[in-house]
Design a protein around this ligand. Structure first.
Ligand code: UDP
Ligand code: MG
Length: 317
C-alpha cells in the first residue's frame, strides 16, 4: 500500500465527507493505493456515524473510535500503530490542509529520501493574535532547542516514512514536537514544504489558550527526558553531590572555626547561632534529596524496558 492518511477528528462531522471525497479524487488521479484512517477522538457529534457511512461507500476508509476525548497526540499515536502504508500522511480533518499536497509530499519521501516532511503554512488563515504571533515565538524557541530548521513545527499536514511512525511514541500534547522526537530517535532527514492553508470551513478550533502553557511545559519535559531519561543519576546525582558537599564544607568550616577560637580562649559564637549554619544544613538536605531522586529515577528506568530501546536501522544476516 502506498499511503496511509491519518485524520484525527474531534467533532468534525461536517468536514469529513468533503475531505474523504477530495482525498479519494487525488489518490485516483495519481493511482495511489491508500487507506484513510479516521480517528474519532471521543467526539460528541456524529463523527463516528459519518465515518461508518464513509466506510460503507469506500472500503479504503478505516476508523478507530476512542471512548472519550484523549487529545490529538493520542489519536495520532494510535493510528501510527495500526497504519500500513509505505508513506504516512497526517492531516487535520477541518479542511484547512489541502489533499492536493499529497502527491508532492509522497514524492519527497520516496524519491528525495526524506524521513519526514513537514508542511509550512507560509500564508496562514487563522486568528492573528491567538495563533499567528504566538506560533512565531513557539517555532523560534523550538528551533533553538532542537536545532531543526523548520518554520512551522505544529503544522497538521506532515508526511513520514513508515519506519519513523513505527518507532516513535507521541503522548500528552507532544504532537507539536514530532519533528524533534523523530530527530532524537535518529531520523535526521527532515524537510519542509510550503503548503496551502485555508480558513476552517466548518466547526470550531479545538485548541485554546492553555496550549501555550502546555506547549512550553512539554518542550521542557522533552528536552529533559531526551538528555536524562536513560541516566537520571547524571543530572540528580551531580547536583545533589554539589549541594551536599557545599553544605558539608560550610558546616566543617564553622565547626573548625569555633573549635579554634574556643581553644585559644577568644570569644566565639555557638555554631547554631550563625545563619550560615542553617544554609549549610539546607544544602546538605537538598543534596541528599536530589541524590535520592536520581537513585529512584535509576530504579524506575532500570525496571521499564525503555532503557533497552535502541533503534536498529539495518542488519545483515
Ligand atoms: N483534534 C483531535 N483531538 C483534540 C483536538 C483536536 O483529534 O482533542 C483534531 C481536530 O479534529 C483537527 C485537528 O486535531 O482535525 C486540529 O485541530 P484544530 O483544527 O481545532 O486546531 P487548529 O487548526 O485550530 O490549530
Ligand atoms: Mg484547524
Amino acid at each position: 500500500m502506498n499511503l496511509s492518511i491519518i485524520i484525527p477528528s474531534y467533532n468534525e462531522e461536517e468536514s469529513l465527507p468533503e475531505l474523504i471525497a477530495w482525498i479519494d479524487r487525488v489518490a485516483q488521479a495519481n493511482q495511489f493505493t491508500y487507506e484513510a484512517i479516521i480517528v474519532d477522538d471521543g467526539s460528541t457529534d456524529k463523527t463516528w456515524q459519518v465515518a461508518e457511512e464513509l466506510h460503507e461507500k469506500n472500503p479504503n476508509v478505516k476508523g478507530v473510535k476512542f471512548r472519550r476525548n484523549y487529545g490529538k497526540s493520542a489519536a495520532l499515536n494510535t493510528a501510527f500503530g495500526m497504519c500500513e502504508g509505505d508513506v504516512v500522511i497526517t492531516m487535520d480533518a477541518d479542511l484547512q490542509d489541502s489533499p492536493d499536497e499529497i502527491p508532492e509530499l509522497y514524492r519527497m519521501i520516496t524519491e528525495e529520501g526524506y524521513d519526514l516532511v513537514s508542511g509550512w503554512k507560509k500564508k496562514r488563515y487563522d486568528n492573528v493574535f491567538l495563533k499567528n504571533i504566538p506560533s512565531k515565538f513557539f517555532n523560534w524557541t523550538t528551533q533553538r532547542v532542537s536545532g531543526i530548521k523548520l518554520h512551522d513545527f505544529n503544522c497538521g499536514l506532515k508526511a513520514y516514512r513508515k519506519d519513523v511512525v513505527k518507532n516513535i511514541e507521541i503522548y500528552s500534547e507532544m504532537h507539536r514536537y514530532i519533528p524533534v522526537i523523530a530527530k532524537w530517535a535518529g531520523f535526521t532527514r527532515i524537510g519542509e514544504k510550503v503548503v496551502i492553508h485555508q480558513k476552517r470551513k466548518y466547526g470550531v478550533s479545538k485548541f485554546g489558550w492553555n496550549r501555550f502553557v502546555n506547549g512550553y511545559l512539554d518542550l521542557m519535559t522533552l528536552t529533559f527526558t531526551n538528555k536524562f531519561k536513560k541516566q537520571p543519576m547524571h543530572f540528580f546525582g551531580l547536583w545533589g553531590s554539589v549541594s551536599f558537599f557545599i553544605g558539608l564544607i560550610i558546616a566543617m568550616i564553622l565547626i573548625i572555626k569555633k573549635l579554634v577560637l574556643q581553644h585559644s580562649g577568644a570569644f566565639y559564637r555557638a555554631v547554631t547561632d550563625q545563619p550560615l549554619f542553617y544554609l549549610a544544613l539546607l544544602a546538605v538536605i537538598i543534596g541528599c534529596q536530589l541524590f535520592l531522586a536520581g537513585f529512584l529515577g535509576e530504579l524506575i528506568t532500570g525496571y521499564s524496558n525503555n532503557r533497552d530501546k535502541y533503534l536498529i536501522e539495518k542488519t545483515i544476516k
